[in-house]
Design a protein around this ligand. Structure first.
Ligand code: APR
Length: 188
């Protein structure tokens, strides 16, 4: 089956998917933003498992259980801090998506939801980040894998509209209210 790309405005901690991706920091000890939300929703067992992982380098990804989350797993990845774009930030952000997808596929996962990695505290320009994210996912999905659904879970309507605009030229499935489909189901 051809994998589908979906964009959704939602709180990623509410999604009923195989894995949600956390925009973490290199310590994996939690933080603010989506990192804080995921740790709060998953409960204290999440940080306890993270403590066994010995951190995570920028651009890399590590997987844990989801604990109290609806999602079965959390894939923790560390996006680059934006310093103007000349320090490998685009390549590192691309690596976050590719390594998260590769890790999900290694575990035979079928559905994965990404937040807009690096576009909050790390100040990566949102338009450029969305283009990098979509390109990285499209390239990954050209090879067969267990991945059937990739959701770009946007916290703001502006971010959702940004992805929607980028997605429509490639004819991917967009979910709008009442259309049903995985994105609606993923809200659990
Ligand atoms: N669900 C989905 N998306 C969310 C949620 C949520 N519950 N909360 C925040 N976001 C969105 C933000 O609106 C932003 O679009 O996640 C995106 C990433 O923003 P940040 O969480 O600030 O992540 P990032 O920019 O990658 O910075 C990571 O911030 O919280 C710390 O520990 C974290 O040091 C790390 C840094």
């Amino acid at each position: 089956m051809t994998p589908t790309l979906q964009t959704l405005q939602a709180d990623i901690t509410q999604l009923d998917v195989d894995a949600i991706v956390n925009a973490a920091n290199t310590s994996l000890m939690g933080g603010g933003g989506v990192d804080g939300a995921i740790h709060r929703a998953a409960g204290h067992e999440l940080v306890a498992e993270c403590m066994t992982l010995n951190g995570c380098r920028t651009g890399e990804a590590k997987i844990t259980q989801g604990y109290r989350l609806k999602a079965r797993h959390v894939i923790h990845t560390v996006g680059p801090v934006w310093h103007g774009g000349g320090n490998g930030e685009p390549e590192l952000l691309r690596a976050c998506y590719q390594n998260s997808l590769a890790l999900a596929a290694e575990h035979g996962l079928q559905s994965i939801a990404f937040p807009c990695i690096s576009t909050g505290v790390y100040r990566f320009p949102a338009d450029q980040a969305a283009e990098i994210a979509l390109e990285a996912v499209k390239v990954f999905l050209q090879k067969p894998s267990s991945i059937q659904t990739v959701i770009f879970c946007c916290f703001s309507e502006a971010d959702r509209a940004r992805y929607e605009r980028l997605l429509s030229p490639i004819g991917a499935t967009q979910q709008s209210p009442g259309q049903g489909g995985v994105a609606e189901d993923a809200l659990g």
